[in-house]
Design a protein around this ligand. Sequence first.
Ligand code: LMR
Length: 433
Amino acid sequence: MLRSASRAFTRAAAARPTINMAPRMASAILSANKSTWANVPQGPPDAILGITEAFKKDQFPQKINVGVGAYRDDAGQPFVLSSVLEAEKRVLDQNLNKEYAPITGIPSFTSGAAELAYGEFSPVITQNRLAITQSISGTGALRIGADFVSRFFGKKKIYIPNPTWANHKNIFRDAGMEAVSYRYYNKDTIGLDFEGLLEDLRLAEDGSAILLHACAHNPTGVDPTQEQWRQIAEVFQEKGHFPFFDMAYQGFASGDISRDAYAVRYFVDQGFQIALCQSFAKNMGLYGERVGAFSLVAESPEERARIESQLKIIIRPMYSNPPIHGARIASEILNDAILKAKWLQEVKDMADRMISMRSLLKQNLEALGSIKNWDHVTSQIGMFCYTGLSPEQVDKLAQEYSVYGTRDGRISIAGITSGNVARLAEAIHNVTK
Ligand code: LMR
C-alpha cells in the first residue's frame, strides 16, 4: 500500500519539469524511477529443458531432439499409451467431481504406487509402516523428501553421484541441504567406478544420507549389477548410511518393473528405512500430468503416522494438495489387473524400442567407419546414452547438424527413430572423427 502510494507520488513528481531542481533530489527521482526488478540478473537456460527451447527455434526440417528424456514413438512423435487412454476414458465415464484431493493425494493411487515399488506383499505395506504421499511427479517427490530430510535427518548434507541428473543439486540446495558428490562413473572405462563409489561411501561420515538412482541411472545409463547392489548395501550397513532412492525409470531399464525395483526391494529386505521418490512421467508417459509419489519406511505404524503428519506440514504451504486427473488415471491402471497387464506390456515395448535403437545407432556408426569404440551405446541401459562427447562436440552437433543433446554428452535414446538414426550417426561420426 505504502509502496504504491509513494510510487504514484514519485511518478507525478517525475512528470513535473526538473528545471532548477537540486541534484540530490534529481538523483532520488531517478532511482525511484528504476524498476523494482532492475537488479534481477538474467539466469542461464536450464541444462536440459533449455535444449528443448533451442530445438523448437531451429527451422531445419530434419532436426533431431535427443535432449530431454521424453519417450517418442518410431515416428518421433510423443506417445500416449493405449492403457492410459483406456484408463482416462474410464475416469471420464465416472463423471467424478473436482473436489480437492487430501494433502497426501488419492489413497488408491498411493497404495498402488507403493505396491508397484515395494512389491504387493512387502512387510512395510502389510505392517502399515510406509508413510507415502502423492507428489508433483519425481521432481516434487525429491523436493518433499529433501525438505523432510533437511528438517528431521539431523545433517544438512547429502551425497549425490557424480554425475547425476542436472536438477538434483538444485533441489537439495533449495531445501537447505548441501549436495556433495561421490564417485560413480569412470570415463576411461565408460562404466561404473565401483571401487571409487565404495571408497567414497566408506569415506563419508557415518550415518550420511546418500542419493541412489534405483535403476537406469540418469545421465550415464550405467547401473550397478545385482551383486554390486548387495555390496553397496553392505557398506551402507557398516557405515549406518541412509539410502535415499530416486526411481524415475521403473520399467525403463529392463522392461520389467520388478527387476528394475531390485535395489529398492533388496535394501528394504535388509532392514533399511529407505526414502523413495517415484515418477510416473516416463513409465506411464504421464509427463505433463505430474504424477509421482514420495515414501519413507517407518519402524512402526505409530512412527508412520508421525512422519505422514510432517509430510502434510511440508506440502500444505508448498502447493496445498496435488492435482487429481493424472493420479486417477494411474490409479485406474494400478488397481485393475487386466489394464495393468496391458500397461506392463507397453512399458516393455517402449524399453524394447529403445534397446533396438541403441543397436541401430551403434551399427550405423560402425558402418560409417568410425574407429571409436561404441560398445557403451548398447551396454548402457534405460533412456540415456552417455556418449563421451565433449561439450564442444555437442555444440557442434547443434550448430552444424541441428542435433540437440545435453552438453554433458548425454543423448536421449527415446529421441532416436529408424528414420533419423542414420543422420544422427553421421552427425556424431563427423564431430568425433
Ligand atoms: C531428463 O533428465 O531429461 C528428464 O528427467 C526431464 C527433466 O525434467 O529433466
